[in-house]
Design a protein around this ligand. Structure first.
Ligand code: ZN
Length: 351
């Protein structure tokens, strides 16, 4: 006789094998008596397997992840997964309502993990997320975009010295993977402290739905789920470009205050000292150039033209072998050429 899988317990609710259910987790009580909830959807497969959490809008204005998770949940294939999927499209409910990165107390949630039940409001929410989501998972992926009007080329940030993390990162197959040190108080750090390998994905800009980062993000989760054995492996491995591995990245900054006019696009390969943009005042005078600090790929760019001297305008991933990167970026572009080749996403994701 096959032993039936145990229910999955979250927020005091038992979810049965084969069940898909949305639960509300009480996250905070606000000063106007309003309760703040974190909504979570759990798909608890009939068969054993990893427990993967996917989370969006830890920064409430970074909403591409909300759409990435919605698209994933709309796919029929997730209903027959092995293991358990915990989907949290909006972690920072307050920031999402207010189109803001922050919590009501003005804090940045991603600096307060693992949090504390006795700490600030932000720290309490971090602690609830750790207890209800992260500590019940075996793996995780957290979805972000650029901050402060910055647009990011789709990229995974991960601690590649951890073998499990590194394999998940390569399975995700974003155009760029950055070996990124852990930041104190970040969700990545707190998850890794519990021994839970997790990736952070960055793509697009705040308060926008950017099709390319959304498509790459949705496909990335499916690839990781296939790699973890939560979804069946494809019979034939699709021919895809490998992610470009990056060890180091540098921000270029404005040399004067004024209007920033970019001269390159996200994904462009640039030489050291190449002009990334110019800064001019409103009369077209007192200009300066923003030069690339290294040879590499433009992986982040400021979309808001108004800059003060010293503001970061362009993020360059340092690349030694430009030739390989150019070929990889070219084929990524072709694979994801959504303008000429866009199909309903389910077909697109399953092909
Ligand atoms: Zn973020």
């Amino acid at each position: 006789m096959i032993r039936k899988r145990a229910p999955f317990s979250i927020a005091g609710i038992d979810i049965m094998p084969g069940e898909r259910r949305t639960v509300e987790i009480a996250a905070a009580k606000l000063y106007n008596r309003a309760d703040l909830f974190m909504n979570v959807q759990v798909i608890h497969g009939k068969k054993d397997g990893p427990v993967l959490f996917i989370s969006g809008a830890v920064h409430g204005d970074e909403i591409n992840g909300v759409e990435i998770i919605r698209r994933l949940l709309g796919l029929k294939l997730v209903n027959s997964l092995k293991g358990t999927l915990i989907a949290v499209p909006v972690v920072n409910t307050f920031g999402f309502i207010n189109k803001s990165r922050y919590l009501p107390d003005g804090r940045d949630l991603n600096r307060y993990f693992p949090g504390s039940a006795k700490g600030s409001l932000t720290s309490q929410i971090a602690s609830i997320f750790m207890e209800e989501i992260v500590s019940r998972s075996t793996h995780g992926i957290d979805f972000h975009t650029g901050a402060n009007f910055r647009n990011n080329l789709p990229q995974i940030r991960a601690c590649l010295s951890d073998t499990q993390v590194s394999q998940m990162a390569m399975a995700f197959n974003a155009p760029v993977v950055i070996d990124s040190p852990l930041r104190e108080g970040s969700l990545r750090q707190a998850a890794l402290d519990l021994g839970i390998p997790m990736l952070m994905y960055e793509g697009g800009q705040p308060m926008r739905y950017d099709q390319l980062p959304i498509q790459i993000g949705t496909r990335g989760i499916i690839s990781v789920m296939r790699y973890l054995g939560m979804l069946p492996a494809l019979k034939r491995t699709p021919r895809r470009s490998k992610s470009i591995l990056v060890k180091d990245s540098i921000w270029a900054r404005a040399d004067s205050s004024g209007i920033f006019l970019p001269r390159v696009n996200l994904g462009d390969i640039v030489a050291k000292k190449e002009v990334l943009g110019i800064v001019t005042d409103v009369f077209g005078e007192n200009g300066s150039q923003v030069l690339s600090p290294a040879k590499g790929i433009v992986i982040g760019q400021l979309e808001n033209p108004l800059v003060h001297k010293g503001d970061a305008t362009s993020h360059v991933a340092v690349i030694k072998d430009i030739g390989d990167a150019e070929i990889a970026l070219d084929s990524f572009q072709k694979e994801y050429d959504i303008e000429s080749n866009y199909q309903p996403f389910e077909d697109d994701l399953l092909k």
